[in-house]
Design a protein around this ligand. Structure first.
Ligand code: 1HN
Length: 358
């Protein structure tokens, strides 16, 4: 039997498809399969000099208890057309924020599946307790709050404490795997000695028998103290300028595996010798950088980002970048956290050297 219907115009055909909840792949292929990553996040600098007064004013507007966490989130301008659960992002899959805890304040215990890390920017001796282990935090300490670990903060010192929060929230919300549980306003009970993990695992090479039973995907260390980190950088910088693209660089590791500190985020610390201008490269992972010491600039995707101590800046995925220590006498030290472990685990990590941009 022959079909006697007149064929509809192509236009009518396309107009009718949404009714069936289908769409023609051939119209969309170029958007779905790009030759290389199309990255929406932009290179961006958050100047501490500008953000700090805003954060201190938050200290007058809201208490830590009211706020639950008094944080100014670092919002990447390229990502602001996203829906709320993933808009709070410094790069595609990484969240960053600056948190203030004033003397006498408590931020009560809770837990969530997004993982967190802190890098201490200012203040001394405020605490974070993670799963019953309390740590007293100093400048440059790196503190882990892994997936589902109960954590609370308090400041029993007489100075404000400010730290950089790094979380994998945009990733976990994209995966629709966020859970959250609140435990009220009182600090959690301490079940371990203060700084137990930092003291026991300080050498990074001596592991207790507990190593054999550890079945978590994250590092057992709560605090990676700045004293050791800086000493290791300085000792090494006496012997070598390090790698061409990153200078003297160390990854913070899980001492039980040698791998990244958490399955979704890895942390690095790097020292750029005076006057160093690194080679340019790019990789599919993105990163948030924080300037621990010194000043200089990075060229990211052709854009010059001039940074000073305590500034934070975003490196979008696949953006060509190079770093320059602007001082001919002082070292520069950059902390960073990255989504690299996710890309590596999924076979999506790629890296390529490029010509310098400046
Ligand atoms: C959180 O739990 C903290 O515990 C900081 O200090 C920032 C951002 C989003 C969700 C949870 C904290 C956070 C957070």
């Amino acid at each position: 039997m022959t079909d006697t219907r007149r064929r509809r115009s192509a236009e009518d055909y396309y107009a009718g498809l949404p009714e069936f909840d289908v769409a023609p792949l051939w119209k969309d292929l170029g958007n779905l399969l790009t030759r290389e990553p199309k990255v929406k996040a932009v290179p961006h600098l958050w100047r501490y000099e500008e953000i700090r007064p805003q954060l201190m004013e938050a200290g007058e507007v809201v208490t830590a208890e009211e706020a639950e966490r008094r944080v100014l989130m670092l919002m990447n301008p390229g990502l602001q057309d996203r829906p709320a659960p993933t808009r709070a992002a410094a790069t595609n899959m990484l969240y960053a924020g600056l948190q203030l805890v004033l003397p006498g304040e408590i931020a009560g215990p809770h837990r969530h599946t997004p993982a967190a890390l802190r890098f201490i920017v200012e203040g001394s001796s405020a605490y974070t307790t993670v799963q019953g282990e309390r740590t007293l935090m100093e400048f440059g300490d790196m503190v882990l709050t892994p997936n589902w670990a109960i954590h609370d903060h308090g400041n029993e010192s007489d100075e404000p404490m400010i730290w950089l929060d790094g979380l994998d929230i945009p990733l976990v919300n994209s995966l629709e795997a966020t859970f959250f549980e609140d435990f009220g306003d009182d600090p959690q009970e301490l079940t371990k000695p203060i700084d137990a993990s930092a003291r026991t695992l300080a050498a990074g090479r001596l592991n207790p028998p507990e190593q054999r039973e550890w079945n978590k995907l994250y590092s057992p260390v709560v605090n990676y103290p700045w004293k050791q980190t800086e000493q290791t950088l300085k000792n090494t910088a006496q012997d070598t300028k390090g790698t061409p693209t990153d200078g003297v660089i160390f990854e913070y590791t899980n001492p039980y595996t040698g791998g990244p500190v958490m399955p979704t985020m890895s942390c690095y610390i790097q020292l750029l010798a005076p006057g160093m201008h690194t080679e340019a490269h790019r990789h599919t992972s993105s990163a948030v950088y924080h300037v621990a010491r010194g000043s200089g600039y990075s060229i990211i995707g052709g854009q010059k980002i001039e940074w000073e101590e305590k500034d934070t800046f975003a490196l979008p995925g696949w953006a060509v970048h190079e770093h320059v220590n602007g001082s001919s006498s002082d070292e520069a030290i950059l902390f960073s956290f990255t989504d690299e472990p996710v890309l590596r685990a999924l076979g999506l990590y790629r890296e390529a050297g490029r010509e310098r941009q400046g």
